[in-house]
Design a protein around this ligand. Sequence first.
Ligand SMILES: NC(=O)c1ccc[n+]([C@@H]2O[C@H](COP(=O)([O-])OP(=O)(O)OC[C@H]3O[C@@H](n4cnc5c(N)ncnc54)[C@H](O)[C@@H]3O)[C@@H](O)[C@H]2O)c1
Length: 303
Amino acid sequence: MTLTSRNDDVTLTSRNDDVTLTSRNDDVTLTSRSDDVTLTSRSDDVTRRIAVTGSGSGIGKALAASLRAGGDEVIGVDLKDADVCADLSTPEGRALAVESVLARSDGVLDGVVACAGVSGMTAQTVRVNFFGVTALLEGLRPALARAPKPRAAAVASISAVQPADPEVVRACLDGAEPQAVALAERAAERGEGWKLYPSSKSALARWLRSRAVSPEWAGCAIPLNAVAPGVVLTPMTAPLFEDEAMRAVMDQAVPMPLNGHAEPEVIADALRWLIAPENSHMAGQIVFVDGGAEATLRGPDVY
Ligand SMILES: NC(=O)c1ccc[n+]([C@@H]2O[C@H](COP(=O)([O-])OP(=O)(O)OC[C@H]3O[C@@H](n4cnc5c(N)ncnc54)[C@H](O)[C@@H]3O)[C@@H](O)[C@H]2O)c1
């Protein structure tokens, strides 16, 4: 008898009571007692292979650690100290990231989670948070389509419900990066840089909601959703906590009556469910894991 897994990483050969098992990932155990043989795997479909961007810090780092602890193989993508080092703010960096992840995954991915992002009042937010995320998800989509139960998720933000620059959002949704960047630079020059992070996340949420139900995503049985956090305690927000006035402004903008600011593991847990095999029917949802901020700000009539 020979058993070979989908990814050619597990092989079982048995001749009478002579049994050999080899596993590349050390996540499969075989026990044999004469002719009674049991094969067990830590996950129910051998190891899942998940690409996580922003794996070097904050939410992405917490997610990568949690997935690895659960037996999944993670291909981390970040600017440095990652399996794949690439700059998602440029078209060349995105192409390198997609190509490198595909090479490491043999062209088959069970999950992709786009966590990499930047805050700030410059056009970089548009480059990374919108074009970096959407290019990576689109670029890796064919590899997801080859997996038996593929899942994808992104990290949006409570900021997506705050005032944005409609022209920047429109240019993002039109896929016109040079125009979106030029508009963002102009907004920063006239003192409206504070609208750029909300603009990047608003565009991402809108893009995701329309793409999630398209033939390429829902039609290929790939759930695509996002978690929208409130304030999370990561290196991104650490500087805000050093300034009392800034912290007061933040707490007013993002009121979190349920348990206050969140640890990154809270967001990682929600992302894990979005990309779990159990999530078979959720599409295009922006799930607010924000301590009640969205419900407080938008009230009971928006749902
Ligand atoms: N921390 C919060 O309060 C909060 C709230 C809402 C949404 N978010 C979103 O969550 C995501 C993760 O944020 P975080 O708080 O963990 O931040 P973080 O700064 O701790 O981590 C972000 C990671 O993205 C990587 N990254 C940034 N620019 C990149 C680029 N050009 N190419 C490749 N990688 C790049 C960074 O190197 C870093 O490892 C972001 O999308 C952020 O917008 C965070």
